[in-house]
Design a protein around this ligand. Structure first.
Ligand SMILES: Cc1cc2nc3c(=O)[nH]c(=O)nc-3n(C[C@H](O)[C@H](O)[C@H](O)COP(=O)(O)OP(=O)(O)OC[C@H]3O[C@@H](n4cnc5c(N)ncnc54)[C@H](O)[C@@H]3O)c2cc1C
Length: 468
């Protein structure tokens, strides 16, 4: 096997997901000589097995649902989803799992690519192994780890040894399972349950160990979402602990046994029970760090335990907020820090915006009411029915949801916001600005939303908040 001479770059980025790519773009704009190390597809989980295919699989059902809510349009919807066409569109969205477009983009920035598995062997030094040989990359300024995460498979008896799906198989499937069991009622679980139910799965069962779906959001979110999913024929089992999973053989149905003896049977089982960092084999032991753990970083994304300010970690791998937009934000802060800038990331990550693209959509940012109380904030809550504004009636019949602000009464600012309802994801950025910029409610009342948009919920929310 060929071993090349060490090659020097200003920045070595380990992992070419959205976060690594974004870092390369920013570094190249600033003129840093940069190399991106990727062992699979440039674009990472997000482009091929997560955000992009999952949202594409949900889209046909959303469009149909929106049309069916509107008399006049409803009558034009006479057929069912063309599943083959829907899956073909997903294949197009993932470029058939071919990353040449993204390679072109990286090379277009003037960035270099090193294909293969990278691992740190010494300070500022990454070795990349591939079939073509071994390359040694030395970073003049920094190494940025952006190796992301993969599915966590919980230690349920029988599960690991049973053929199962994780986010990769569920987003890349080419046939619709007749019966799908979903382990986990977080964002991935609820989105994929609804997508495949609408694409034709006859039985879909979500098995969630906790009290409700989307446990990190306000309690009303999980309740509303469970009711909506059940209305379309999805079974939602909460407080359900799995004691055993198994199949008689690889082609046999999967049997999921719950505490109490109930057995849920499926043709496929999706494990959507969280994520674990891809840090097992990237050389952390050389640095005295624990392989397999999330990388603990400071507010400039430097790995705390490593002296010398040469090792950074952004995106899923640091465990702060496992979302593409937050990872890219961190990449911007990290590259700016590598360039000598002083910008720091919001340390407690208390203003992370998140959207769950189910129907109804769910979107939230900042603190929930309980989290705000736990922090000792003088909490006030303003709640409005999303359907109270004219735009909801225009969207269609049966449009329902809740819009809520959590207020810091003593400071007169918004510390959290949650919205449920169709198309409410677009409301979220206004809330994010209000929370992050700590806009006083007294000023927010002068931000006038257009008529008739769903943003008009802000009028009553702010009025109510001011009167608390
Ligand atoms: C089903 C699903 C849907 C999601 N939907 C959304 C959404 O709608 N919006 C959102 O914001 N987030 C969403 N997420 C989360 C989002 O996918 C992640 O936050 C995002 O992909 C993280 O990006 P990353 O670059 O940190 O890591 P990744 O996307 O995991 O990329 C890491 C890359 O590093 C490479 N790599 C790892 N180790 C090595 C190594 N040693 N050598 C070389 N290369 C290596 C990997 O091959 C991979 O390409 C979703 C997640 C899932 C599972």
């Amino acid at each position: 096997m060929a071993i090349s001479d060490p090659e020097e770059f200003d920045l070595v980025v380990l992992g070419g997901g959205p976060v690594g790519e974004h870092a390369v773009g920013r570094a190249r704009k600033a003129g840093l000589e940069t190399v991106l190390v990727e062992q699979e597809l440039i674009g990472g989980e997000c482009s091929y097995w997560a955000c992009m295919p999952s949202k594409t699989l949900l889209r046909p059902g959303h469009v149909l649902g929106a049309a069916r809510a509107v008399p006049g349009a409803r009558e034009a919807v006479t057929g069912s989803i063309d599943v083959a066409a829907a899956l073909a569109r997903r294949d197009w969205m993932t470029a058939d799992w071919d990353d040449s477009g993204q390679v072109e983009w990286v090379e277009g920035t003037g960035g270099h690519i090193a294909r293969g598995h990278g691992h740190i062997v010494a300070e500022r030094t990454v070795v990349v192994d591939s079939r073509e040989g071994t390359r040694t990359l030395v970073a003049r300024r920094a190494v940025l780890v952006a190796t992301g995460s993969s599915a966590f498979i919980p230690p349920v008896p029988g599960l690991a040894a049973t053929r199962h799906w994780d986010n990769r198989q569920v987003t890349a499937a080419h046939t619709v399972p007749r019966r799908l069991v979903v382990v986990g009622g977080g964002a991935v679980g609820v989105e994929m349950a609804q997508a495949w139910r609408r694409l034709g799965s006859v039985e879909v069962t979500i098995v969630e160990a906790g009290e409700r779906l989307l446990a990190n959001a306000e309690p009303f979110v999980g309740e509303q979402l469970a009711a909506a999913l059940e209305r379309e024929g999805i079974t939602v089992l909460t407080r359900a602990t799995i004691t055993r999973v198994g199949r008689a053989d690889d082609d046999a149905p999967v049997e999921v046994t719950l505490e109490g003896g109930r057995v849920v049977t499926g043709d496929e089982i999706l494990v959507a029970a969280g994520r674990r960092p891809r840090t097992v084999d990237i050389g952390l032991e050389v640095l005295g760090l624990e392989p397999g753990s999330f990388l603990d970083v400071d507010e400039q994304l430097r790995v705390r335990a490593v002296p010398g300010a040469w090792l950074y970690a952004a995106g899923d791998v640091n465990g702060i907020a496992l979302l593409t937009h937050m990872g890219k934000y961190q990449a911007r802060i990290a590259v700016d820090a590598i360039l000598g800038g002083s910008a720091t990331a919001d340390a407690d990550a208390s203003a992370v915006p998140a959207v769950v693209f189910t129907d109804p959509q769910v979107a939230w940012v900042g603190l929930t009411e309980n989290a705000a109380r736990d922090r000792g904030i003088d909490v006030g809550v303003a709640t409005v029915k999303t359907q109270s504004v004219a735009a909801a009636a225009i969207l269609g019949e049966g449009v329902e949801g809740t819009s809520q602000l959590v207020i810091d009464k003593s400071r007169g600012t918004v510390v959290g916001a949650t919205f449920t309802g169709p198309d409410i994801a677009e409301l979220l950025h206004s809330a994010t600005i209000a929370v992050v910029a700590q806009v006083p409610l007294e000023r927010l009342r002068h931000s006038v939303p257009s008529f008739p948009t769903l943003s008009e919920v802000w009028l009553e929310l702010v009025d109510t908040a001011l009167s608390i």
